[in-house]
Design a protein around this ligand. Sequence first.
Ligand code: BGC
Length: 424
Amino acid sequence: MSSRSSLSDLSSFRLKEGIRLGVASAATQIEGGDRNNSWYDWYTKGHIRDGSDPSRACDHYARFREDADLMADMGIHDYRMGLEWSRIEPEEGVFSEEALAHYREEIVLLKSRGIRVLLTIQHFTVPMWFEKTGGFLSERAPELFLRFTAKVINTLGDLVNEYITINEPNVYAVNSYFYGIWPPGIKSFRAVIMFYRSMTICHTKAYRLIHKIRRHMGFSDTKVGVANHIRIFEPACRFTLWHLICAGLMDLLFQKSITRSMSLGRRTFPIGRCKGVRPGKYYDFIGINYYTRSTVSGFSDGVKKGAPVNDLGWEIYPEGIVRAGHMLFDKYHAPIYITENGTCDNTDSFRAQYIHDHLKALCESKLPVAAYYHWCFTDNFEWLEGESARFGLVHVDYETQERTVKESGKYYSRLIKEAAGDEA
Ligand code: BGC
């Protein structure tokens, strides 16, 4: 994005009535201190582009109190956070009461600050013992994932009513099992299909399990969904058959088939039958992570010529968030939670504008958007890119761990406070 508007220019729309404006994060990307997960292992094998170590990250595991205070100061009342499975179950079948007590303390603290939690159970990382069993490709994966989920809900279920079972199954599948650039580094289309089946089984069963456990606890307000990564696949030329075919196939294979399989538990091409899954409705909200559009002229990502891009070269395309919303809402009809939306802007020169443009597009649409979680609260460990790709509303100096609210963070904070009728 070329020009930077002043913060006072950035309020040219009305927020949707009742929309919850929050922030998102994921355990491995912020916590630091854990060396028992698949991404730490991947780092030791030299795969992180800038060499940064995920066991440093934002040291949030030790600094969660400071981070909760900062969130509260910014007026944030909604927070999507994740759990580190390898901390909670460091060895197969052995649960750490200490880790569970830690997460309990964190959630209780957030609630005492008026911050409601949307809890993600699985966000790209797994414990090394699980990875060694074959990870989500193993026949045992659903049983192991469900045992972990049951432990989490039995321990934290009284504190949280909204859950994301799995984050972006398609991004995980493609990077880890097709391109082989994420752990465990497998390159096989067959593995992607097996992974999709496993995700469907794990999610649909976890959906039922979470509802069941919380029902037994006496709660009737449980909401469970998936954070679906949705992008817009646009043919580079609408009159070129090859571009149209590639865009259609990528749309189907990357997102439409897995979303249908996990939402409805129905046999879906090319995923096929998923053992033990019965057709049903396996979502209470439509979770969407939206970042960009791909301009397609073959089987790879492309960017529209001359389009504005972020610091990772991803097109900035605000209308896409509405198109992504309709793609799922028109089929699944449930309240929409934008579970992630954000951008890599290392100098914070266009993030406020990005937020404004995406929220404006959403709020001027007819979509029933109940919540919007900006990715991310603080800068964090951005997987392969390490610490050098900054997505945060809050700047983190990784050496000193000092947090500084960015201009975009101030803008977002003002929006939230205005929407809540708090003093900005
Ligand atoms: C993921 C996040 C990631 C973000 C930015 C999403 O795909 O869920 O973990 O940091 O995009 O790349």
